[in-house]
Design a protein around this ligand. Structure first.
Ligand code: SF4
Ligand code: SF4
Length: 110
């Protein structure tokens, strides 16, 4: 029978395997996304779910969250957040594109 310690070790090994795999995939994907000084990130508002992942990875404080009213007043909740790029602060590093779970961010020419 599997012991608790074996289970913990197996879980840790699996988490490491997933982390390595994700890092490799991100590295491969990053090389396919245009970036650099001539580019800037752009958020498609209706795809953004306000999850805050992009602001966490952005080292340049180039992403702000704002609150947007719901379409219906019946759904007036304070949690409808959206991300927007601070144009002058964005360095075109692409990290936010990789972090976004809904593919709401893309790189465009500056
Ligand atoms: S491209 Fe880089 S600097 Fe620009 S908003 Fe995304 S994470 Fe921040
Ligand atoms: S990571 Fe994507 S979905 Fe999440 S707040 Fe940023 S742009 Fe919106």
């Amino acid at each position: 029978m599997t012991t608790r310690e074996e289970l913990i070790n197996r879980r840790a090994a699996e988490a490491e395997r997933i982390a390595v795999s994700l890092a490799r995939q991100k590295g491969e994907r990053r090389s396919t996304i245009k970036g650099g000084e001539g580019t800037i990130a752009w958020v498609t508002e209706n795809l953004c779910i306000g999850c805050d992942q992009c602001t966490i990875v952005c080292d340049d404080d180039a992403i702000e969250l704002y609150y947007k009213d719901m379409v219906s007043p019946l759904l007036n909740v304070p949690s409808n957040r959206k991300a927007q790029i601070v144009r002058d602060a964005c360095t075109g590093c692409r990290l936010c594109v990789l972090s976004c779970p809904t593919d709401a961010i893309k790189m465009i020419d500056r």
